[in-house]
Design a protein around this ligand. Structure first.
Ligand code: PMP
Length: 359
């Protein structure tokens, strides 16, 4: 039976990527050594990092005044690195609270200075993206979460989140490379790899040149972007295997036809599932229509007294895995990252119809 993994992350990866990982785990590129045994100072690995960076640059059309970094510590460490590097001395930064990840990011800023939540949808359990807010003129930056993995909301346009100070920081962990973006709108973009571009263990950071080396405070070496820019992400031993998997995933995106093609597929996949949620009498979406995510699609039973486990088991028996919603939302969540094939969405839609008919 074909298995489809709808997990929110770590998430499904393209089959060809997994096959390349299997090969590289034994013999990397004819070297006779496993990629896991190779020094990060060796030419093949230095080349790998350069290739991965140039692929990201091409795929997202990143201007030359941006650096691309491969760091560790997950997106969660970026919650701290951003204020360490960008928050002015005794300063404050603006945060839009669209879910627990945004909230956690603001909390880290509050440990160094002030992370001001200027708009929030917390009171509605994050079912929408706030559109109206006033920014603080003296804010060091404005921080947003472009896609809210748990709640299934996503900024569909970024025009309403221009930072007055010119530094827009975005956590794109759950939608990086799923659609085209204008990188020049952002000062910093960061994304843990384990949803759309690879396995856990590496975090992609895209940062504008003028934001490096601001040094508003003493910054621990490993938390200073300058350290990693100066050493091409190899100040210490980097997560080579994770970067290898990312590079293979980027190659896969290129082979599909690039980000625009991937975006087209994602629109189609999400459209199919939303159409079924709308049509199906036993399921419904709680998310504000215009803010619905293409990546993470939560839905619940229209009659909330029905035990969710029935449908989860029904799906499980059909090879449709990891559909349980996050505990703070309940119900179900289908994550349709780049690597989820259309057939997986079709199988889920079919199961929803079968389940409805069985009632
Ligand atoms: N931001 C978002 C939007 C996420 O979805 C996640 C992980 N689910 C994180 C941050 C935290 O990422 P990490 O586990 O890589 O620290």
């Amino acid at each position: 039976m074909k298995i489809y993994n709808f997990s929110a992350g770590p998430a499904c990866l393209p089959e060809t990527v997994l096959q390349a990982v299997r090969d590289a785990a034994i013999d990397y590129s004819g070297s006779g050594m496993s990629i896991m045994e190779m020094s990060h100072r060796s030419k093949p690995i230095v080349d790998l990092f350069e290739t991965a960076s140039s692929r990201v640059r091409d795929l997202l059309d990143i201007p030359s005044n941006y650096h691309i970094l491969w760091l560790q510590g997950g997106a969660s460490l970026q919650f701290s690195m951003v204020p360490f590097n960008l928050l002015s001395e005794n300063g404050s930064a603006d945060y839009i609270d669209t879910g627990s990840w945004s909230f956690k990011a603001a909390a880290e800023c509050n440990k160094l200075g002030t992370g001001k939540i200027i708009a929030s949808s917390r009171d509605s359990n994050y079912t929408f993206i706030p559109k109206e807010f006033e920014q603080n003129h003296d804010a060091s930056y404005l921080h947003i979460t472009s896609n809210n993995t748990i709640y299934g909301t996503q900024y569909n346009v970024f025009s309403e989140v221009k930072s007055e100070g010119g530094i827009l920081v975005a956590d794109m962990s759950s939608d990086i490379l799923s659609r085209s973006i204008d990188v020049s709108q952002f000062g910093v973009i960061y994304a843990g790899a384990q949803k759309n571009i690879g396995p856990a263990g590496v975090t992609l950071v895209i940062i504008r040149d003028d934001l490096i080396g601001k040094e508003y405070r003493e910054i621990p070496t490993m938390l200073n972007y300058k350290t990693h820019v100066a050493k091409n992400s190899m100040f210490n031993t980097p997560p080579v295997l994770s970067v290898f998997v990312v590079n293979e995933t980027l190659k896969w995106i290129e082979d599909l036809g690039g980000v625009l093609e991937v975006e087209k597929r994602n629109i189609n996949k999400a459209g199919k599932l939303y159409a079924e949620i709308k049509r199906n009498s036993i399921f419904t979406s709680l998310v504000n229509k215009e803010d619905r995510s293409m990546m993470n699609i939560p839905f619940v039973h229209t009659d909330q007294s029905i035990d969710d486990n029935q449908f989860l088991l029904f799906c499980e028996e059909r090879g449709l895995k990891t559909l349980k919603g996050h505990r703070s939302v309940g119900g179900f969540r289908a994550s349709l990252y780049n690597a989820m094939p259309e057939e997986g969405v079709d199988a889920l839609v079919h199961a929803m119809q079968e389940f409805e008919n069985s009632k």
